[in-house]
Design a binder for this molecule. Structure first.
Ligand code: AMP
Length: 145
């Protein structure tokens, strides 16, 4: 999937946004839904999915993008508070050649520890109890704006 094309309302994140598929939720409001990545590249890997139906960031309205990035920062601060990583990667891929695999725009928040290599993108599935514990701790650390 290149940068051009039609938004598919049956992509997996659209189904999660509609509640048709489950997720391990971290946060939600009128602008975004945030949940744990089930194939984490590092423990505590969180996704932030804007509700606006756009395939990538280039297609988003300015307002939706602004609302989303502010929430990315807020949730990344909670990841820092809850998991005490040494660093945090924020990424967002546009188009398959850039690494995008799910074609509903989303942001990655990936905690990093000194000396621990980043795991594979789309690697092994995480233990659901571990994801739930991380989600609960991150959610509890989200500051009110
Ligand atoms: P991207 O490659 O940037 O499109 O990222 C898609 C991300 O979604 C990958 O990191 C996957 O591990 C993750 N992912 C795919 N399916 C699910 C799912 N059902 N729940 C949570 N994360 C998912």
């Amino acid at each position: 999937m290149s940068l051009d094309g039609q938004y598919d309302p049956d992509n997996i994140f659209a189904k999660i946004l509609r509640g048709e598929l489950p997720c391990v939720k971290v946060y939600e409001d009128e602008h975004v839904l945030s949940f744990m990545d089930i194939f984490p590249q590092a423990p505590g890997h969180v996704l932030v999915v804007p509700r606006e139906p756009a395939r990538n960031a280039l297609e988003m309205t300015d307002g939706a993008l602004q609302a989303a990035i502010v929430r990315v920062k807020r949730i990344a601060r909670a990841v820092k508070a809850a998991l005490a990583p040494d660093g945090i990667v924020l990424t967002q891929f546009n188009g398959a050649p850039a690494g995008q695999t799910v074609f509903h725009v989303h942001f990655h928040i990936i905690p990093r520890q000194d000396g621990v290599p980043l795991g594979a993108h789309g690697g092994g599935q995480a233990d659901m109890d571990v994801l739930q514990d991380q989600a609960t701790r991150i959610a509890a650390a989200i500051e009110t704006p």
